[in-house]
Write a protein that binds this ligand. Structure first.
Ligand SMILES: [Fe+2]
Length: 323
């Protein structure tokens, strides 16, 4: 269409003697850039013929071009088109390679995170199961609170890895049947910092995940650890994790207590609404629980479904694509 318009313009403005004939390079170049060298070659010939024997040199005086003039023009059009096609082909090949590398990097990120999850399972099966369930419920709560897909993926991974730091806590403290001494409690609290540092060491790309993990024991009233952050200073993902983590802990059998029913656990947690927990997050969680939309006992099939959804490369692939 562009080539036909240029042909009409050249004829209307007096013939190939005038400058408008040069405009035909534009569709020829475009054919190379948008398609490939072969298409551009044939388009160059077609464009050359349109500006060829039937197009006068001077329309008003009815003077026609010498044969060698339009033949040379065809050659230049073809050369131009083929060069543009070759450059665009090379660029397309490079872009494909780059996409492949990006996908591989993203998958490596995913595998690294999954390896950290496996590490938790190797140390303690119970902690691993707890983390899987926390991750499932965190995703449900994140969706109910209308978090973006990207934040929900961060939430998923931080929920899975929130207790990663426990691999660095002595077994005797981790599984102590009775209450912890103040020193033991301090030692136990180190799991937040250990988890944060290990995740960050694995890759700086995991910083959003590490930040959420760092805040999962903070409390709304500022009495949490490690920084004593308050309310909005605590990331929403960490506030979500805090609710789910405590609920999961209260409703499971632990060395130091029997499992509570979900109702009893919620009743206890409600007393801490606004103090330990974000009231809106807790309220939303209670709604989900009432509607049976969160997991209260292990449901292996549901856990596998969520695991498949966040196999690891999605988050990092989208991040890399935006880079
Ligand atoms: Fe924790």
């Amino acid at each position: 269409m562009l080539a036909l318009s240029v042909t009409a313009l050249v004829y209307a403005t007096g013939g190939t003697k005038y400058v408008y004939v040069q405009l035909m390079y534009l569709p020829v170049l475009l054919s190379g850039l948008l398609f490939n060298a072969r298409v551009a070659f044939w388009f160059g010939i077609l464009a050359g013929l349109m500006m060829g024997p039937l197009m006068p040199l001077e329309v008003a005086e009815n003077i026609y071009q010498p044969t060698e003039a339009w033949l040379f023009r065809i050659l230049f059009f073809c050369l131009n088109g083929v060069c543009a096609g070759a450059v665009s082909g090379l660029l397309r090949h490079r872009i494909r390679l780059l996409e492949k590398v990006k996908t591989e990097i993203a998958m490596t990120y995913g595998r690294t995170l999954r390896a950290l999850v496996v590490l938790i399972g190797e140390r303690d099966d119970e902690t691993a199961d707890h983390c899987e369930q926390v991750a499932y419920n965190a995703v449900c709560l994140g969706e109910a609170l209308a978090l973006s897909d990207e934040r929900i993926e961060v939430l998923y991974w931080s929920a899975l890895l929130h207790d990663l730091g426990k691999v660095g806590i002595p077994e005797a403290i981790l599984n102590k049947p009775g209450p912890l001494t103040p020193e033991e409690r301090l030692e136990m609290q180190r799991h937040v910092d250990i988890g944060y540092r290990v995740i960050l060491q694995a890759s700086s790309e995991f910083a959003p995940i590490a930040d959420v993990v760092a805040g999962h024991h903070e409390r709304m009233d500022g009495t949490g650890y490690p920084k004593g952050l308050r309310a909005e200073q605590i990331l929403i993902e960490s506030r979500i994790l805090s609710v789910i983590d405590v609920f999961e802990a209260l409703t499971s059998v632990r060395p130091y207590h029997q499992a509570m029913t979900p109702e009893a656990a919620l009743l206890m947690m409600q007393k801490e609404s606004g103090r330990q927990f974000d009231a809106r997050v807790l309220e939303t969680f209670m709604g989900l629980l009432r509607r049976g939309e969160v997991m209260t006992t292990q449901d292996v099939a549901a856990l596998e479904r969520v695991k498949d959804r966040y196999h690891g490369d999605g988050l990092f692939l989208s991040k890399l694509k935006n880079a």
